[in-house]
Design a protein around this ligand. Structure first.
Ligand code: F1P
Length: 360
């Protein structure tokens, strides 16, 4: 910051780069009052889990639901809070008593508050919240709240709060699923992810400076679909660019018509679907698209089809790597926004929290 003018994007950059540190702090915050153990006691395991959020927090819900089923064997779904308040019968009927989890960095988002009230008061269902803030209305409505205070941000755009709340819910899933080895592996992510993050800012800044893109597409399958949505949102929020997100193999069914050298197509390659997803990558490269590929490890085919390869090289189970897949999308949005002359700390039209008037 100069004497009177803030440096554009200073908060957002610091928050992106602080993620490995923040994750360690959040694991400590979970341990301090045995938040996970207390939650397991307070909320008996139910067959159905329902993760609810808005915007970035809805994308956490998508990734958390996939992780939940993988780690506990229980069914889990993700819905935007708006669907729960507008179409409660579609969300709640037909399933046995579900366990809702409401996700909100601020704990102030009107739609999440309305969803919590509907669940607790109208439906008499006990709810769990996860938030990066205290002294907020959501904690007053929900039966209990998981707090990840080190992950709160100055910025409007959610970055470390996204990855930290995802990790918190994955750690909770491991507790419910009695997955001790996964829980231990997850705590190894911060150190290993630091090595993956360190070279990325300089590489991505150069890549952004050297290219002009008209469209951005993010592709992911299974647990990575929520991550792909979040990367898409970061590019939209910070650079005001047009960005879309699809399940990777869905891209063949029409959307691939937009492939061109000016379209940057980012693949978040899963281990489980690696072969099938790599075939789409090779097809897209063959059609002339420009590709950014995030994978834990690349093979010859991926290296040949990736214009910008990101190998995470994390020696962890597949689902313990998820949070690190968001780094490239966050930094792509950040550097693209700066290149376009914008301030990622002050995204156009956006506020830190969406508060609706009571009539809404
Ligand atoms: C949800 C949210 C963010 C978005 C913006 C507006 O906030 O939609 O995802 O980036 O900050 O609010 P929260 O409910 O997680 O506080």
């Amino acid at each position: 910051m100069t004497a009177d003018k803030p440096i554009p994007g200073a908060h957002t950059q610091a928050e992106i780069l602080s993620q490995p540190w923040c994750w360690r702090e959040c694991f400590q915050a979970l341990d301090e009052k045995d938040q996970l153990g207390q939650t397991c006691i307070r909320f008996p395991a139910r067959a159905d889990w329902l993760f609810v959020g808005c915007g970035t927090s809805y994308y956490i819900a998508l990734a958390a639901a996939a992780s939940w089923t993988h780690l506990t064997g229980m069914r889990a779904r993700a819905v935007p809070a708006s669907d729960l308040i507008l179409f409660p019968h579609l969300v709640l009927s037909g399933s046995s008593l579900c366990q809702p989890v409401l996700i909100s960095r601020s704990g102030h988002t009107s739609e999440v508050l309305k969803a919590a009230e509907y669940l607790e008061v109208k439906s008499n269902i006990r709810t769990l919240a996860i938030s990066c803030a205290t002294h907020q209305p959501l904690e007053e409505i929900c039966t209990a709240t998981l707090y990840l205070l080190p992950a709160d941000e100055q910025s409007t755009v959610m970055t470390r709060s996204f990855s930290s709340m995802l990790l918190g819910l994955q750690a909770l899933a491991a507790a419910y699923g009695h997955q001790a080895s996964f829980a231990e592996a997850l705590r190894g992510l911060p150190n290993q992810a630091q090595a993956a993050l360190d070279p990325l800012p300089a590489r991505l800044q150069d890549f952004v400076q050297a290219n002009e893109f008209a469209d951005y597409v993010f592709l992911g399958q299974g647990p990575l679909f929520g991550l792909a949505n979040e990367c898409m949102l970061k590019v939209k929020e910070m650079s005001r660019s047009y960005a879309q997100c699809f399940h990777t193999l869905e891209f063949r069914h029409g959307p691939k018509a937009i492939v061109s050298p000016e379209t940057l197509i980012t693949f978040l390659l899963s281990e489980t679907g690696f072969e099938a997803e790599t075939e789409v990558l090779e097809e897209v490269k063959g059609l002339g698209g420009t590709t950014l590929v995030v994978t834990n490890q690349a093979d010859v085919a991926v290296r040949s089809a990736a214009d910008f390869p990101v190998e995470l090289n994390l020696d962890l189970p597949e689902y313990a790597r998820l949070a690190a897949f968001v780094f490239a999308g966050q930094l792509l949005g950040y550097f693209t926004g700066l290149k376009k002359g914008y301030d990622p700390d002050r995204p156009r039209h956006l506020s830190r929290v969406v508060i609706l008037n009571d009539k809404d």
